[in-house]
Design a protein around this ligand. Structure first.
Ligand SMILES: NC(=O)c1ccc[n+]([C@@H]2O[C@H](COP(=O)([O-])OP(=O)(O)OC[C@H]3O[C@@H](n4cnc5c(N)ncnc54)[C@H](OP(=O)(O)O)[C@@H]3O)[C@@H](O)[C@H]2O)c1
Length: 345
C-alpha cells in the first residue's frame, strides 16, 4: 500500500444521501492504529437503513462530520497490528455505530481502521459480496431472538418482514436453532423467497392487516415470540397480540418509535409499550432490540454460515462510483436482502 490517500464516500453534512455524501479521492488512509485496531483493505460494504436515517437525523456536531459512511464491511487484513489476525486474512464484520462515531471510521472507503474484535474470519464457502451484509442484520436478529425474547428450541415464532435483511436472518436462525414453527410475512411477491429461507407458513400483509388476519386465524399454540423486523409504525400488531401471542410471550421490535410522525401512532405506541397491564395496558412484554457488540454472537453466526445453515440474501450489487444508486435502492424499503457496494472492483 504505497498511497497515503484513498477513495471514500464521506458524510459531509446532515441531509439526504445525495446532499450529505461526497466522493473524495484525497481522504487519508488511516496511518496510526491504536492497540487492538487493525487496518482492513475493504473489498465490499453493505448499506443498512440506519446509515441514511442517521445521515438525515444526526446533527453535524453530534456526528463530528466529515466521516466515512456506513458500517458493514468485508475485506483483507492489511495490517494485523499484533491482533489475532495475520496479514491477508479474509474477514468481515461491522463497525458498530457508537464506535464508528467515536473513532470516525466507516465502511465506504478503500482502507478502514477497525477494532479487531469487531471482525471475524470469512468462511471459505461464502464470498465477500455475500459476507459483507451479514453482521449488522444477523447480529440484530440474533440479539432480538435470544437476548430480548429468550428464544429456546421448541418454540414458535412469528417474524414480520421475512424478506427484510434482519427478518431473513431471523427466520434462518430460528429454524437452525430448533424453532418448531416459524411463520413470516412479506408482500406476496416475496412468498417464494421467504419459504426458501425456511418459513413454515407465509402471510401476505398486503391482503389484510396482519393483526386482523392473526386474530381471525390464531395459531395453535400461540406464538412464543413475535419479532417485528421492519419496525412497524402502527402498534396494532402488539396491541392485539393477546389473541395470538402466548401469555409470557415477548413482542420484540427493531425500533418502535422512529421519528415523530404520524404523532397519533407515536402516542399509541408509547402508550402500548409503557402502560401497565393492571391499568388496562396490553398484558404482553414489549421490547426493542438495540444492536450492541457481541463477539460470541458473531462467532455463532460465522459457524452457522460455515455449516451452510445461514445463507446471506443479496438484493443487489453496485460499483463504488454508484453508491448514490445503492442508497436509492435501500431507501425504497423494497430490497430483498442486502444492498451491497463493491469497493474493490
Ligand atoms: N434496532 C436495531 O438495532 C436495528 C438493527 C438493524 C435494523 N434496524 C431497523 O430494522 C428495520 C429493517 O432493517 P433491514 O435492514 O432489515 O431493512 P431492509 O432490508 O431494507 O427491509 C426491506 C424489506 O422490508 C420489507 N417490508 C417493508 N415494509 C413491510 C411491512 N409493512 N411488512 C412486512 N415487510 C415489509 C420489504 O418486503 P416487501 O417488499 O415484501 O414489503 C423488504 O423486503 C429498519 O427500520 C432498520 O432501521 C434496527
Amino acid at each position: 500500500m504505497a498511497s497515503q490517500t484513498q477513495q471514500a464516500w464521506i458524510v459531509e453534512r446532515q441531509g439526504e444521501p445525495k446532499d450529505a455524501l461526497s466522493f473524495r479521492t484525497d481522504w487519508p488512509v488511516p496511518s496510526r492504529l491504536a492497540k487492538g485496531e487493525v487496518l482492513v483493505k475493504v473489498q465490499a460494504a453493505a448499506l443498512n437503513p440506519v446509515g441514511y436515517k442517521l445521515m438525515r437525523s444526526l446533527p453535524n456536531f453530534v456526528a463530528r462530520r466529515p466521516i466515512p459512511a456506513e458500517y458493514d464491511l468485508a475485506g483483507i487484513i492489511e495490517d494485523p497490528n499484533d491482533s489475532q489476525f495475520s496479514k491477508d486474512d479474509s474477514v468481515f464484520g461491522v463497525l458498530h455505530i457508537l464506535k464508528s462515531l467515536k473513532i470516525r471510521e466507516g465502511a465506504l472507503q478503500q482502507y478502514a481502521r477497525v477494532p479487531a474484535t469487531y471482525l471475524i474470519r470469512r468462511p471459505q464457502n461464502i464470498t465477500p459480496i455475500e459476507a459483507v451484509g451479514v453482521t449488522l442484520a444477523a447480529e440484530t436478529a440474533w440479539q432480538a431472538l435470544f437476548d430480548c425474547a429468550g428464544f429456546e428450541a421448541g418454540q414458535t415464532v412469528f417474524i414480520n418482514g421475512g424478506s427484510s435483511s434482519v427478518g431473513a436472518f431471523a427466520i434462518q436462525i430460528a429454524k437452525a436453532k430448533g424453532a418448531t414453527r416459524v411463520v413470516a410475512s412479506a408482500s406476496g411477491e416475496n412468498e417464494e423467497l421467504v419459504k426458501s429461507l425456511g418459513a413454515d407458513e407465509f402471510i401476505d400483509y398486503m391482503k389484510q392487516p396482519l393483526h386482523e388476519y392473526l386474530a381471525q386465524n390464531p395459531p395453535s399454540p400461540k406464538f412464543h415470540i413475535i419479532f417485528d423486523a421492519v419496525a412497524l409504525k402502527d402498534p396494532s400488531l402488539f396491541t392485539c397480540s393477546p389473541a395470538y401471542l402466548a401469555p409470557g410471550g415477548t413482542f420484540v421490535s427493531t425500533g418502535s418509535i422512529q421519528g415523530l410522525r404520524p404523532f397519533n401512532l407515536v402516542l399509541r405506541t408509547a402508550f402500548a409499550m409503557f402502560w401497565p397491564s393492571w391499568l388496562g395496558g396490553v398484558p404482553r412484554t414489549y421490547k426493542n432490540v438495540s444492536l450492541r457488540h457481541d463477539a460470541s454472537a458473531l462467532e455463532a453466526i460465522r459457524q452457522l454460515l460455515e455449516e451452510g445453515k445461514l445463507k446471506p440474501v443479496v438484493d443487489s450489487v453496485y460499483e463504488f462510483k454508484d453508491v448514490l444508486s445503492a442508497y436509492e435502492r435501500i431507501m425504497t424499503s423494497r430490497a430483498k436482502g442486502k444492498v451491497v457496494v463493491k469497493v474493490d472492483s
